[in-house]
Design a protein around this ligand. Sequence first.
Ligand SMILES: Cc1cc2nc3c(=O)[nH]c(=O)nc-3n(C[C@H](O)[C@H](O)[C@H](O)COP(=O)(O)O)c2cc1C
Length: 181
Amino acid sequence: MLSPNGVKKADWVSDTTAGDPRDFRIALGCFATGVTIVTTLGSDGRYVGLTVNSFSSVSMDPPLVLWSIAAKSPNLKAFQECSHFAINVLADDQTDLCKVFSTPVADKFAGASITAGEEGVPLIDGAVAQFECERFACYPGGDHEIVVGRVTRMRRSDRSPLLFCKGELRSLPAAPKLMVA
Ligand SMILES: Cc1cc2nc3c(=O)[nH]c(=O)nc-3n(C[C@H](O)[C@H](O)[C@H](O)COP(=O)(O)O)c2cc1C
Protein backbone atom coordinates (compact mmCIF):
# COMPACT_ATOMS: atom_id res chain seq x y z
CA MET A 1 0.00 0.00 0.00
CA LEU A 2 1.38 3.42 -0.99
CA SER A 3 1.00 6.63 1.04
CA PRO A 4 0.05 9.86 -0.84
CA ASN A 5 3.75 10.71 -1.37
CA GLY A 6 4.40 7.35 -2.99
CA VAL A 7 6.32 5.81 -0.10
CA LYS A 8 5.36 2.23 0.74
CA LYS A 9 3.51 2.17 4.08
CA ALA A 10 4.99 -0.16 6.68
CA ASP A 11 2.77 -2.68 8.44
CA TRP A 12 2.86 -0.92 11.81
CA VAL A 13 0.95 -2.58 14.62
CA SER A 14 1.04 0.74 16.48
CA ASP A 15 1.63 4.37 15.37
CA THR A 16 1.18 6.87 18.20
CA THR A 17 2.62 10.07 19.66
CA ALA A 18 5.10 9.61 22.52
CA GLY A 19 2.58 10.40 25.30
CA ASP A 20 1.99 6.84 26.43
CA PRO A 21 4.95 5.51 28.47
CA ARG A 22 3.81 1.91 27.99
CA ASP A 23 3.76 2.28 24.21
CA PHE A 24 7.15 4.03 24.35
CA ARG A 25 8.63 1.17 26.37
CA ILE A 26 7.20 -1.45 23.98
CA ALA A 27 8.54 0.41 20.92
CA LEU A 28 11.98 0.73 22.55
CA GLY A 29 11.87 -3.03 23.16
CA CYS A 30 12.06 -3.55 19.37
CA PHE A 31 15.71 -2.53 19.64
CA ALA A 32 17.44 -5.78 20.61
CA THR A 33 20.25 -5.33 23.12
CA GLY A 34 22.62 -7.33 25.22
CA VAL A 35 22.23 -7.42 28.99
CA THR A 36 24.77 -6.16 31.50
CA ILE A 37 25.20 -5.92 35.25
CA VAL A 38 26.82 -2.62 36.19
CA THR A 39 28.74 -2.84 39.46
CA THR A 40 30.61 -0.58 41.83
CA LEU A 41 31.85 -0.42 45.39
CA GLY A 42 29.83 1.86 47.68
CA SER A 43 31.66 4.39 49.89
CA ASP A 44 30.77 2.11 52.84
CA GLY A 45 32.47 -0.86 51.14
CA ARG A 46 29.17 -2.45 50.13
CA TYR A 47 28.88 -4.14 46.70
CA VAL A 48 26.43 -2.34 44.41
CA GLY A 49 25.00 -3.66 41.14
CA LEU A 50 21.99 -3.63 38.87
CA THR A 51 20.84 -5.15 35.58
CA VAL A 52 21.16 -2.65 32.73
CA ASN A 53 20.51 -2.75 28.99
CA SER A 54 21.04 0.98 28.29
CA PHE A 55 24.76 0.33 27.83
CA SER A 56 26.28 1.82 24.68
CA SER A 57 29.63 2.74 23.22
CA VAL A 58 30.36 6.47 22.93
CA SER A 59 33.92 7.22 21.84
CA MET A 60 36.97 5.31 20.63
CA ASP A 61 39.54 7.95 21.64
CA PRO A 62 39.23 8.38 24.52
CA PRO A 63 37.48 5.01 25.04
CA LEU A 64 34.11 6.00 26.50
CA VAL A 65 30.91 4.07 27.21
CA LEU A 66 27.60 5.12 28.75
CA TRP A 67 24.57 3.70 30.48
CA SER A 68 21.68 5.25 32.37
CA ILE A 69 20.31 4.66 35.85
CA ALA A 70 16.82 5.51 37.09
CA ALA A 71 16.93 8.71 39.16
CA LYS A 72 14.81 6.94 41.80
CA SER A 73 17.29 4.08 42.17
CA PRO A 74 18.59 3.68 45.73
CA ASN A 75 21.98 3.17 44.07
CA LEU A 76 22.08 6.45 42.14
CA LYS A 77 24.31 8.15 44.71
CA ALA A 78 26.80 5.27 44.69
CA PHE A 79 27.32 5.66 40.93
CA GLN A 80 27.39 9.48 41.08
CA GLU A 81 30.09 9.36 43.72
CA CYS A 82 32.19 6.32 42.78
CA SER A 83 35.61 6.67 41.18
CA HIS A 84 35.28 3.39 39.25
CA PHE A 85 32.56 1.04 38.04
CA ALA A 86 32.38 -2.01 35.79
CA ILE A 87 30.11 -3.17 32.99
CA ASN A 88 29.68 -6.96 33.01
CA VAL A 89 28.16 -8.23 29.73
CA LEU A 90 26.11 -11.30 30.65
CA ALA A 91 26.35 -14.69 28.97
CA ASP A 92 23.23 -16.59 27.94
CA ASP A 93 23.60 -18.97 30.91
CA GLN A 94 23.37 -16.03 33.36
CA THR A 95 19.61 -15.37 33.24
CA ASP A 96 19.37 -16.03 37.01
CA LEU A 97 21.84 -13.21 37.69
CA CYS A 98 19.95 -10.93 35.31
CA LYS A 99 16.78 -11.53 37.33
CA VAL A 100 18.38 -11.17 40.78
CA PHE A 101 20.10 -7.91 39.81
CA SER A 102 16.85 -6.47 38.44
CA THR A 103 15.00 -7.17 41.69
CA PRO A 104 15.37 -5.11 44.89
CA VAL A 105 16.61 -8.05 47.00
CA ALA A 106 18.71 -7.46 50.13
CA ASP A 107 21.96 -9.02 48.90
CA LYS A 108 22.08 -9.32 45.12
CA PHE A 109 25.65 -10.65 45.28
CA ALA A 110 24.82 -13.62 47.56
CA GLY A 111 24.68 -16.16 44.71
CA ALA A 112 27.18 -14.47 42.40
CA SER A 113 30.77 -15.53 41.90
CA ILE A 114 32.89 -12.38 41.77
CA THR A 115 36.48 -11.20 41.42
CA ALA A 116 37.77 -7.84 42.62
CA GLY A 117 38.73 -5.42 39.87
CA GLU A 118 40.22 -1.95 39.94
CA GLU A 119 39.66 -0.15 43.24
CA GLY A 120 37.85 -3.26 44.53
CA VAL A 121 34.93 -3.01 42.08
CA PRO A 122 33.20 -6.43 42.00
CA LEU A 123 33.43 -8.16 38.59
CA ILE A 124 30.91 -10.88 37.70
CA ASP A 125 32.65 -14.16 36.80
CA GLY A 126 31.42 -15.96 33.68
CA ALA A 127 30.53 -12.76 31.82
CA VAL A 128 31.04 -12.53 28.04
CA ALA A 129 32.98 -9.30 28.50
CA GLN A 130 33.95 -6.92 31.27
CA PHE A 131 34.74 -3.23 30.94
CA GLU A 132 36.42 -1.65 33.94
CA CYS A 133 35.79 2.09 33.89
CA GLU A 134 36.83 5.26 35.61
CA ARG A 135 33.77 7.46 36.12
CA PHE A 136 34.14 10.22 33.50
CA ALA A 137 30.88 12.24 33.74
CA CYS A 138 27.24 12.15 34.82
CA TYR A 139 24.51 14.02 32.95
CA PRO A 140 20.83 14.51 33.78
CA GLY A 141 18.59 12.57 31.40
CA GLY A 142 14.95 13.09 32.33
CA ASP A 143 13.96 10.46 34.89
CA HIS A 144 17.36 8.81 34.44
CA GLU A 145 20.95 9.89 35.00
CA ILE A 146 23.41 9.19 32.18
CA VAL A 147 26.69 7.79 33.47
CA VAL A 148 29.76 7.95 31.21
CA GLY A 149 32.85 5.86 31.91
CA ARG A 150 36.36 5.87 30.50
CA VAL A 151 37.36 2.26 29.92
CA THR A 152 40.65 1.42 31.58
CA ARG A 153 40.71 -2.35 31.12
CA MET A 154 38.58 -4.90 29.30
CA ARG A 155 38.26 -8.64 28.96
CA ARG A 156 36.27 -10.83 26.58
CA SER A 157 35.53 -14.52 26.26
CA ASP A 158 34.04 -16.81 23.61
CA ARG A 159 30.81 -17.27 25.58
CA SER A 160 27.51 -16.49 23.89
CA PRO A 161 25.79 -13.25 25.00
CA LEU A 162 22.39 -12.98 26.65
CA LEU A 163 19.97 -10.87 24.56
CA PHE A 164 16.96 -8.75 25.52
CA CYS A 165 14.30 -8.06 22.91
CA LYS A 166 10.58 -7.24 23.09
CA GLY A 167 10.55 -7.76 26.86
CA GLU A 168 12.11 -11.23 26.68
CA LEU A 169 15.50 -12.70 27.45
CA ARG A 170 16.86 -14.68 24.53
CA SER A 171 20.01 -16.35 23.29
CA LEU A 172 21.54 -16.03 19.83
CA PRO A 173 19.77 -18.35 17.38
CA ALA A 174 21.98 -20.86 15.61
CA ALA A 175 21.38 -19.03 12.34
CA PRO A 176 23.79 -17.91 9.64
CA LYS A 177 25.28 -14.44 10.03
CA LEU A 178 23.54 -11.97 7.69
CA MET A 179 26.56 -9.75 7.23
CA VAL A 180 29.89 -9.26 8.93
CA ALA A 181 30.01 -5.59 9.99
C1 LIG B 1 16.82 -6.43 30.85
C2 LIG B 1 16.74 -5.29 31.85
C3 LIG B 1 17.37 -4.09 31.57
C4 LIG B 1 17.34 -3.03 32.49
N1 LIG B 1 17.98 -1.87 32.19
C5 LIG B 1 18.00 -0.86 33.08
C6 LIG B 1 18.74 0.33 32.81
O1 LIG B 1 19.36 0.49 31.75
N2 LIG B 1 18.76 1.30 33.78
C7 LIG B 1 18.07 1.16 34.96
O2 LIG B 1 18.11 2.07 35.79
N3 LIG B 1 17.35 0.05 35.24
C8 LIG B 1 17.32 -0.96 34.33
N4 LIG B 1 16.62 -2.11 34.60
C9 LIG B 1 15.86 -2.20 35.84
C10 LIG B 1 16.77 -2.46 37.05
O3 LIG B 1 17.61 -3.58 36.85
C11 LIG B 1 15.90 -2.69 38.29
O4 LIG B 1 15.05 -1.60 38.45
C12 LIG B 1 16.73 -2.90 39.53
O5 LIG B 1 15.89 -3.29 40.60
C13 LIG B 1 17.47 -1.67 39.90
O6 LIG B 1 18.20 -1.94 41.07
P1 LIG B 1 18.25 -0.89 42.25
O7 LIG B 1 16.82 -0.50 42.51
O8 LIG B 1 18.87 -1.67 43.37
O9 LIG B 1 19.10 0.22 41.75
C14 LIG B 1 16.64 -3.18 33.70
C15 LIG B 1 16.00 -4.40 33.99
C16 LIG B 1 16.08 -5.44 33.07
C17 LIG B 1 15.39 -6.76 33.40
